[in-house]
Design a protein around this ligand. Structure first.
Ligand code: SAH
Length: 240
């Protein structure tokens, strides 16, 4: 089956699974997911699966990306902060839907690869940096929307709550262990924050500080293809 046929099959599956926002479906259709995953997994780019990327991280399952994006209720006037650039796929989807995306990653090799992809795909309304996303991006705050693509243990980091605009929305997975994680939607009204529990998920953890002593992607022989992956129990980012 061609990549295009697989992509059409995936879009139909997303629609059946409750993704009704046509702008989100159009963004999924337009962003080539194969550009964000290591070559060895290209034939699985349009399966509805999380896949391993470098540094033991994962690119989220398409349904989870589509669902979180839909529940974020993003529009073309919004300034959006993403925590956990990872492969860059979620950020690229957001860039199609909002005015500007700011994305933060704690693993430098991942950020280097993601930025290369953004350049190749000519995505211009996206700025990414290496930092601890739990601190947010104070220089660019407030944000209309914040999306966290790694799981917080209990509460959202306070700086992220502080950096939400009035009426702003944050989508964040939370839960003490992988068997009890849910996506939450938090809406800010002044100093009140309204929490809604959405769907159960399994995400890699939100970790403090920038990761240290990391290899440059180039030193491993041309980047993302070779055997540096390790699989974890029940790949992250599958629905629970
Ligand atoms: N949005 C990504 C999913 C990546 S998985 C994609 O579409 O591919 C989650 C990512 O969050 C990992 O890359 C991990 O390194 C990153 N992460 C975890 N804690 C972080 C933190 N405190 N600051 C920034 N990134 C973090």
């Amino acid at each position: 089956m061609s990549l295009l046929a697989r992509k059409i099959r995936l879009i139909m599956k997303l629609r059946k699974s409750g993704i009704t926002d046509t702008s989100v479906l159009a963004a999924i259709e337009r962003v080539p997911r194969e550009a964000f995953i290591p070559p060895m997994f290209h034939d699985q780019a349009y399966e509805d699966m999380a896949l391993p990327i470098e540094r033991g991280q994962t690119i989220s399952q398409p349904l989870v990306v589509a669902y979180m994006t839909q529940e974020l209720r993003v529009n073309d006037r919004h300034k959006v902060l993403e925590i956990g650039t990872g492969s860059g796929y979620q950020a690229a989807i957001l860039a199609k839907l909002c005015r500007r995306v700011y994305s933060i990653e704690r693993h430098k090799p991942l950020l280097i690869l993601a930025e290369k992809r953004f350049n190749e795909l000519k995505i211009r309304n996206l700025t990414a940096k290496i930092a601890d996303g739990m601190k947010g991006w104070p220089e660019q705050a407030p944000f209309d929307r914040i999306i966290v693509t790694a799981a917080a243990a209990a509460d959202p980091p306070q700086p992220l709550l502080d950096q939400m605009a009035e009426g702003g929305i944050m989508i964040i997975p939370m839960g003490r262990d992988k068997s009890s994680q849910y996506i939450y939607r938090i809406t800010r009204h002044g100093n009140e924050y309204q929490y809604e529990q959405l769907m159960p998920v399994r995400f890699v953890p939100l970790l403090p500080e920038v990761a240290r002593n990391e290899p440059e992607p180039e030193s491993r022989g041309g980047g993302s293809g070779d055997g540096e992956f390790f699989f974890r129990n029940g790949l992250a980012l599958q629905p629970a």
